[in-house]
Ligand binder design. Structure first.
Ligand SMILES: [Fe+2]
Length: 399
């Protein structure tokens, strides 16, 4: 499929294509949202990625303030600092320019601005929390402009914020529960491959593999509807083909393909379930904030696949097929095992960690990680039921 520019709405208004980020001024002018809070990090500013956005806003007379205090694995205090600046500057809506961390901080601000209490009050702990919805009032309008191809947060209804006291990454969010219901996500997303071109190889690999893992977990999850299958297999095929090239060359074509894959995976996240990969990786990231999310994901993925594959071998066989493995003549089990090998090859091809030891995780922390992972809501979606003892085995296998 060729990737020309296109626009659609679902309820997020999405514009995909080179140059779409420069439409931000004219779009928010039409919306008459008032003054913007730009949420970003210093790296984005240094790379000049904010320039086009600021020019577009200025050209249409949109006033804005900039919060540039986002750091990887964002915390509650980061969200509170951004919200404090929003109040001081009297901003009426939020634009995030950056990767998943900027988008998650921005989502936290839009939530706090219109709802009572604290971020932790909105933590999603179970499928029931997701279904009943925890957000009373519409968050402030949000525009997302992603600069990485991975998170999918630009088009999903979720945020992940670390509670520093518990060293725990909280999941927040809800889908629109009925037409017009509140949701924690963008109202407009400008998905511009040009902004991902300067992403360094290490982040390209980590964020790109994160996108793969979203499709993988959605594909095998116990709670995903079959309607997702064409989407998840397309994402896995595309990442397998283009991530090594984006890592090596980073030309515009491979960036476009990766951004297409990651944001369609993000749309899928709204309809499908997750599993033990994200449970274990989020818990590890909460305890080791210096580990990038995508690297923790890579370290756990093969071990979780090995644990899960006896529950849904045919689904893992489809993963192998999507990744270009010739599965003809293989049993479901053999094809599933071939999927694990193909994933290990993909991880190695972009120099991602082969295990937790590569990330300097202390082996003595594994029981605690397994225990805490049982508190994540994603673990309930895993295709094979797991208790803390099972997860400890998986974590040891991933070491
Ligand atoms: Fe992820």
């Amino acid at each position: 499929m060729s990737l020309e520019s296109y626009t659609y709405s679902f309820p997020i208004w999405i514009e995909f294509g080179v140059g779409t980020s420069e439409n931000v001024g004219s779009i928010v002018e039409q919306k008459e949202w008032g003054k913007a809070l730009l949420v970003t990090d210093p790296g984005i500013i240094d790379a000049g990625l904010l320039d086009g956005i600021e020019e577009s806003l200025s050209a249409t007379g949109i006033d804005f303030a900039v919060f540039e205090g986002v750091e990887p694995n964002p915390t509650v205090s980061m969200v509170e600092a951004a919200e404090a600046l929003r109040q001081t500057e009297e901003c009426d809506f939020v634009i995030s320019v950056g990767g998943g961390s900027s988008m998650d901080v921005a989502k936290g601000v839009t939530l706090l601005a219109t709802n009572p209490g604290e971020i932790a009050d909105y933590e999603v702990k179970s499928g029931e929390d997701v279904m009943k919805g925890m957000i009373e009032n519409d968050p402030l309008p949000l525009v997302t402009v992603p600069t990485t191809a991975g998170t999918g947060s630009e088009v999903d209804f979720w945020a992940v914020i670390t509670d520093e006291e518990r060293e725990f990454k909280m999941a927040l969010g809800q889908s629109p529960l009925y037409p017009g219901g509140p949701y924690l996500g963008a109202e407009v997303s400008l998905v511009d491959p040009e902004l991902t071109r300067s992403l360094p190889p290490r982040q390209t690999a980590a964020t790109g593999f994160d996108a793969f893992s979203h499709a993988l977990e959605n594909h095998v999850s116990a709670v995903s509807p079959p309607v997702l299958t064409p989407l998840t297999t397309d994402v896995m095929a595309r990442v397998t083909e283009y991530l090594p090239r984006a890592y090596e060359e980073g030309d515009l074509e491979t960036r476009e393909q990766m951004l297409f894959a990651s944001h369609t995976a993000g749309i899928g996240e709204n309809f499908g379930g997750f599993g033990a990969i994200h449970s274990l990786a989020e818990v590890t990231g909460g305890m080791y904030p210096e580990i990038p999310h995508g690297e923790a994901i890579a370290a756990y993925t093969p071990a979780v696949m090995r644990y899960n594959l006896e529950a849904v071998p045919e689904r893992y066989g489809e993963v192998a097929e999507a990744m270009g493995v010739d599965v003809s003549g293989m049993s479901d089990r053999e094809a599933a095992e071939a999927a694990v090998e193909a994933v290990e090859e993909l991880i190695a091809s972009v120099d991602l960690p082969a295990g937790l030891a590569d990330l300097d995780v202390d082996e003595a922390d594994l029981p605690g990680i397994a225990e805490k992972s049982m508190d994540t809501f994603e673990i309930h979606d895993n295709p094979r039921p797991a208790d803390a003892e099972d997860l400890l085995d998986v974590a040891r296998d991933a070491y």
